[in-house]
Design a binder for this molecule. Structure first.
Ligand code: ATP
Ligand code: MG
Length: 489
């Protein structure tokens, strides 16, 4: 049984006066963060939360989320992090499934919360009411076991019903260790958190801050100009982004260049379109492509900066504590052959909450079968192709929709693109594209097809293009190709 001292208490004793949390309005030191988290723990105790209880949180990126998260750690309760964009029906499912004893919700979700309570029975408390609860006497833990569950986070539900991923204290710890062994740690580091805390992407930034003793610059709502200002003027050195965020930041940056102090834009969450990567290379933006998932407590594979130019488009190599292999039909494949990405490491989840079958199927001898397809080159660099379920097989050839989408996206009139397979008597399946154009732009089906023909093998070129106003996305803004398949006429 491996134990560690209470993380935040330890950090507050080591470097109490260092900045822990920065928002546009206010700054908190680690001492203050520790004090406020103790208060949160005492309030949780006052309303009967005990060691091992599951407590759901429905909250945007606000400072109180941090106090609450650490408060829950202090008690030994498990935080169930809910995506605020989920529909009431989906929230009810996750609340019931996770067996949450209490829901703490941000006042701005009052309406959603009211609808939840007409559907299911769960104890609730609004954030402002929580803050005014008189403190009880929490038994603050001085240490914790690394194999205990720290958080339950549901997967995005891109390929099916979201699954509750159990992440342990050890998973989070090792994820942060792996990250810094790759990125390094500078004394002036400051990590901007604009991705949601309810995702591992945001949560992992908060935890790294405590481990590394560096501040989190917390952004409530992503606005490219605010984020650029934080990088150019407020000393932010690292930021975690998904491609849409980075695209908007680059557009806002215009002709300007980022200062040298900005040393890492960690880009993950989904496929990175090549045109974006090329644009960043031109503008000397230090992009670190990364691959990970809820099940790996954030990144597990990352492209180190020295390979940024030579391995453009690769997600990199497994982090120091992690391993990777590519498998097909039970055999490990040699370089340059595409198969399922399988990963292992101390940051990999112990399993899905109450889903023993899915756990047994996806995690075998510590190896996680990701459901993603990719290959490694002869130097061991991973290239993520797509999800197994979205693969299109046409005349015996594999087509990865992400590759076709990336090409369509490089057309200047295209804002969004989604590609799926359509049944074909002749070929089995053929790719078809759904395209959303920028408001002021026009393009015809023939334009898009001609653009693809110039850049793709013939069998990958969409046989049809449908122009649409929006593409089906889930609460994590991910393209849901399973919905798109239903749109095929
Ligand atoms: P569900 O598992 O419920 O279908 P999800 O897989 O979208 O949802 P997340 O854990 O949020 O849930 O997302 C992880 C997935 O995102 C990965 O398995 C992969 O498909 C995709 N992804 C992450 N990073 C990359 C990347 N660099 N390139 C391509 N895809 C990526
Ligand atoms: Mg998944």
């Amino acid at each position: 049984m491996v134990t560690m001292p209470n993380w935040l208490a330890k950090r507050a004793s080591l470097t109490p006066d260092r900045k822990a949390l920065i928002t546009k309005e206010e700054t908190w030191t680690f001492r203050k963060l520790h004090e406020l988290s103790k208060i949160a723990a005492n309030k949780l105790a006052a309303i009967g939360i005990k060691d091992g209880d599951h407590v759901a949180v429905l909250m945007g990126n606000r400072p109180e989320f941090l106090f609450l998260l650490h408060g829950l750690e202090y008690i030994g309760a498990v935080a169930v992090l809910l995506n605020t964009k989920l529909a009431v029906y989906e929230l009810c499912y996750q609340l019931v499934d996770s067996e949450s004893k209490l829901l703490i919700y941000d006042d701005i979700f009052e309406e959603k919360a009211a609808d939840i309570f007409t559907s299911i029975e769960v104890k609730k408390v609004r954030l402002t009411d929580f803050l005014s609860i008189e403190e009880g006497n929490a038994d603050i833990r001085s240490e914790w076991q690394l194999d205990r569950v720290h958080t339950i986070i549901y997967t995005s539900g891109t390929t099916g019903q979201p699954k509750g991923v159990m992440l342990t204290y050890g998973n989070h710890w090792w994820s942060a260790v792996g990250s810094t062994l790759n990125l390094g740690l500078y004394s002036d580091d400051c990590w901007l958190c604009a991705t949601p805390i309810f995702h591992v992407s945001g949560l992992s930034i908060l935890l790294r801050s405590v481990f590394y003793g560096i501040p989190v610059y917390l952004v409530n709502k992503f606005e490219p100009c605010e984020v650029n200002d934080a990088i150019e003027k407020q000393g932010v050195t690292i930021i975690s982004v998904v491609s849409q965020m980075l695209m908007r930041m680059v557009a806002d940056l215009g002709e300007r260049k980022y200062p040298k102090s900005f040393r890492c834009a960690l880009l993950g969450g989904g496929p990175a379109p090549k045109p974006l990567l090329e644009m960043c290379r031109e503008k000397e933006i230090p992009v670190y492509q990364t691959y990970g998932m809820t099940e790996t407590a954030s990144q597990i594979v990352t492209l180190s900066s020295e390979y940024m130019l030579t391995k453009l488009g690769s997600a990199g190599m497994p982090l120091f504590p992690a391993q990777l292999r590519i498998e097909k039909d039970g055999a490990v494949l040699p370089p340059n052959e595409a198969g399922e990405i399988v990963v292992k490491g101390p940051n990999v989840t112990i399993g899905y909450w109450k889903k023993e079958d899915a756990t047994k199927k996806n995690i075998i001898d510590g190896w996680l079968y990701t459901g993603d397809i990719g290959y490694v080159d002869e130097d061991g660099f991973l290239y993520v192709l797509d999800r197994r379920t979205d693969l299109i097989i046409s005349g015996g050839e594999n087509i990865y929709p992400a590759e076709v989408e990336s090409v369509i996206l490089s057309h200047p009139s295209v804002e969004e693109a989604g590609v799926v397979g359509k049944d074909s008597v002749e070929w089995g399946q053929v790719p078809v594209a759904f395209v959303k154009l920028f408001d002021s732009q026009t393009a015809t089906k023939e334009d898009i097809i001609a653009h693809c023909k110039e850049r793709l093998a013939k069998y990958k070129v969409p046989t049809d293009v449908f122009f649409v106003d929006h593409l089906p996305r889930n609460a994590s803004n991910k393209l849901m190709r399973k919905e798109l398949r239903k749109w095929i006429r």
